[in-house]
Ligand binder design. Structure first.
Ligand code: 5GP
Ligand code: ZN
Length: 115
């Protein structure tokens, strides 16, 4: 279920603090500690899956549904002008935390809000 020494498992268990913007039985959504833009968030399945190869297909589908819902909600709240949804797999592709996650990255015409 959870993996020892996984930083996202520790965040999900509440052992490491995070800014949680959404939570349900399956997911916790937190603000990224090194945001690429204002509101950069991460969708974390509560169960540990290493990456896209490992994740349960149904949970992957639910993650995409949640990404759509939050993209709409965050666009309303933050007033962003566009959105990136990003999901890295394996070190060569930029994955640094080996617990599946989806990045929600709001983008702004106003460059001050971008990285
Ligand atoms: P990856 O490169 O694996 O796709 O993304 C990992 C993301 O997790 C990075 O954007 C990084 O800033 C974020 N991150 C790493 N450690 C922590 C942490 O302890 N708390 C939060 N909120 N984000 C983290
Ligand atoms: Zn984990």
């Amino acid at each position: 279920m959870r993996q020892a020494d996984c930083i996202f498992c520790k965040i999900i268990a509440g052992e490491i603090p995070s800014n949680t913007i959404y939570e349900d039985d399956t997911f916790k959504v937190i603000l990224d500690a090194s945001p690429a833009s204002k509101g950069h968030a991460l969708i974390l399945p509560k169960k540990h899956y290493a990456d896209i190869y490992d994740i349960d297909e149904e949970v992957a589908g639910k993650a995409m549904k949640l990404a759509k819902k939050l993209a709409g909600h965050m666009t309303e709240v933050l007033g962003c002008d566009g959105f990136n949804i990003l999901q890295n797999n394996h070190e060569v592709a930029g994955q640094t935390v080996f617990h599946f996650h989806m990045h929600l990255i709001p983008r702004y015409q106003n460059a001050e809000n971008n990285d």
